[in-house]
Design a protein around this ligand. Sequence first.
Ligand code: DGJ
Length: 729
Amino acid sequence: MKKLIIASMLILLAGTLAGQQPGTASISNRPQDQLVTVSTANTHLIYRVSGRDGRLYQAYLGKKLSSPDAILQSRTRELQAYPGYGAGSLFEPAIRITHNDGNPSLDLIYRGYTTDKPDANRTNMHIMLSDTIYNVNVTLHITAFSKEDVIEQWTEIVHNEAKPVTIFLYASSMLNFDAGSYWLAQFHGDWAEEMKSVETQLTSGIKIIDTKLGTRAHMYQTPVFMLSLNGKAGENEGDVVAGTLGWSGNFQFMFEIDELNTLRIRSGINPFASEYMLYPRKSFKTPSFIFTFSSTGKGAASRNLHAWARNYGLLDGNGQRMTLLNNWETTYFDFNEQKLAGLLDDTKKMGLDVFLLDDGWFANKYPRNNDMAGLGDWQENKAKLPNGLGYLVKEADAKGVKFGIWIEPEMVNPKSELYEKHPEWVLKFPNRQEVYYRNQLVLDLSNPEVMDFVYSTVDGMLTKYPGIAFIKWDCNSMIMNPYSAYLKDRQSHLYVDYVNNLYSVLEKLRKKYPRLPVMLCSGGGGRVDYGALKYFTEFWASDNTDPLERIYIQWGYSYFFPSVSVCNHITSWGKQSLKFRTDVAMMGKMGYDIQVNELNEKELKFSQDAIANYRRLSEVIWKGDLYRLVSPYESDRAVLMYVNESKTKAVLFAYTLNARYGETFGKVRLQGLDPAKTYRIQEINIFSEARRMGPPDSGRSYSGDYLMKIGINAGSPTPLTSAVYEISE
Ligand code: DGJ
């Protein structure tokens, strides 16, 4: 039940203090000031409503204060919480709008707030702002997740002018910081190079991280960052803000340091080519900016986000996951019914749950035998699958495994029946040559007919074959031709409408198929964000499955996404041992994409045992607390561990990447254990006794105190070797 706790109206006072920059508030002892406080278990985000000018200022963001009211006496310089262009802020605004009379300014005044509590852990707050002259209302929505120490922010804009207004900029969040220095860790990449991490000090001026790709929008930049205050934070020390935008399209993070070294972080949809015509009384809702503040380093920030994601951000985040055998890297487009029946047998033989049939199973007039044709024609290819998908579903059932299928329903090859039938459904300029990425084009999801097509493609398949137990939803192209025949004179709505309509389709599918596991894929990790992940159970992290590369990629994702969501497959990419490949995949959601029939007896037995180990330990790996112990960015090895909530079980992964001649590795101190408990260390996933990593510690028992203060020898200094330890009370 929504409960109105406070609603306050303020008398508006005009005026600027002499010598003070417009849009800032300062100085103490204004009894008419009022605080609006957002709190989680360990964090305060405090706004001050200025009695002087009625505006909302951000007064504090950081470690929880014992008496927040002290802020009323504060002498720090405060910046507006959500500054409008043309009304005070000389720096980047949060919102920019042009009114019916052409006036481009917006001066937002605080009007009050309401709060409600959906449950004991969550508090929703809705802070109402409106312009002093124009009938424009802006609501700052904030959800505080207490236990997880996470705050979600989004904005809603409504107006009551006679005609539509144009909004040029509409941030989800604006946060302000007043620290000595700021260090930004960003995560960028490309196809097969996702989540490379770089950390640099921010300097005066603006730094922007953004994307303009439209779809497959995160191929070069993932919408995540970690900001350390007053020096680089470590895993266990330092003030850190970890932020991410839940938006599967063009996003922008703007970091601006002004002349007084104050930092503004604006997060939201990229305003690039996206001015939006907003009709009277229609509401414009921004995506959510999700962040956590940690005063104990990056490790805690990640654990906060993981816990939040499992509880709120990821579909079925606390549920079970199935292990897969995928055929992409083993067959590509070259398969037939017989080959697939063999792969169903292999799935069973390995002890895996699902066989996932990838790209290439559809289209007849222009068969999908490579990536040049067929996309959009979602009928089984008769030459490859004469008995249709139904046969495979039935065969899978008979063999005691499940069947899953790949689709890419937002895309079309020009060489397809769909394109021939509906050229008007395709994003392309009417008067220019089409530009292709991977020989394909993007369907125009701003068009409701296309939304129906995408919905019914998926729904039709699931209705016809209710036995389909898993879907991989791919998206391989960016918007190369940003023009919609449907949108006519509203072309600048395209990037926003596309994503919102994609979410509507997914929402509708989820109403009908609430629990079906679906993997989010975009040519690897080209679309990884919490806007999409509430409809998906997991995501494909990268097409690069070389385990050495993969350690860095998975390490990067681990800052923001829980291991239960990160799909890692054991493939033949890379020359490393099967054990190394297996141990690397096991740190997340493990699966396979290998020729099972090429495994020798020993390899098969090793894999079956590893899968059984994984099943036994998956609760700890998926839902335990992650501790990154040794970073591959700082060392020749990578070591991490997961600890379950009751601290009775942990799993430690140690990977040796490289080693100099004669190099030895010191002991690794464990984290997250109970100092008073005694733990037995047991190496698992042993390929052969002779090649065992053999730490003298395996088989021994130590106290948690010993393990966290002295540690163990984890792994050997031989390059490209690995060890996995089960640590049990
Ligand atoms: C890109 C994906 O990342 C791959 O795993 C595979 O599904 C191909 N698309 C299929 O075309």
